[in-house]
Design a protein. Sequence first.
Length: 163
Amino acid sequence: MNNRRPLTAAQALNRAAALCARSEQAPGDIRDKLVKWGLSASNTDQVVRQLIEQGFLNEERFARAFVKDRFAFNGWGRIKIAYQLRQKGIPVPAIDAAMTAIDDGQYRQRLIELLQAKWRTVKDREPRAAWAAMMRFAASRGFETALASECVKIVTRLDVEDD
C-alpha cells in the first residue's frame, strides 16, 4: 500500500516541468504520471495545459525527437516509429511532419546495414528460409515490405559477389 500523500497541483507542475526540461516527453505520458502521482482529473488537465502554455510540452517537438532517436539509435523503420507515436497519442499530422526528417537515402542505407548484419546469421540456411528470415527481420524493425524486398536482394547479391 502506498503511504505517500498525493502531490498538490503546484508540486506536480514543478516535478513535471523538471522532467520535461531534462528530455522531450509525450503529453500522454506526462498525463499518466500525473495521475500516478495522485492528481485529480481536473488538476491533471490544468497542469498539462500549463506545461503546454509554458513550452515544456510540445507534440511536434516530441515527435521530431522521437523519430530522430528511434531511427538513429534503435534502427526502426517508419512503420514502427509511426505506430509507437500513435500509441503515445501523437496526432497524425505531427507524425507525418516529423517523418519528413528521415532522409530517404539514409533510410535505405540504414536498412541495408541492418540487413547485412542479419545476413551473417542466416546465409547458411536454405535460400527461401534465409530470404523469409530477412524479410521478417525487416518487418519487425518497421520497414516497408517493398523497400525491404529490394534491399534484401541487394544484400544477398553483395554477399555472393564477395565470396
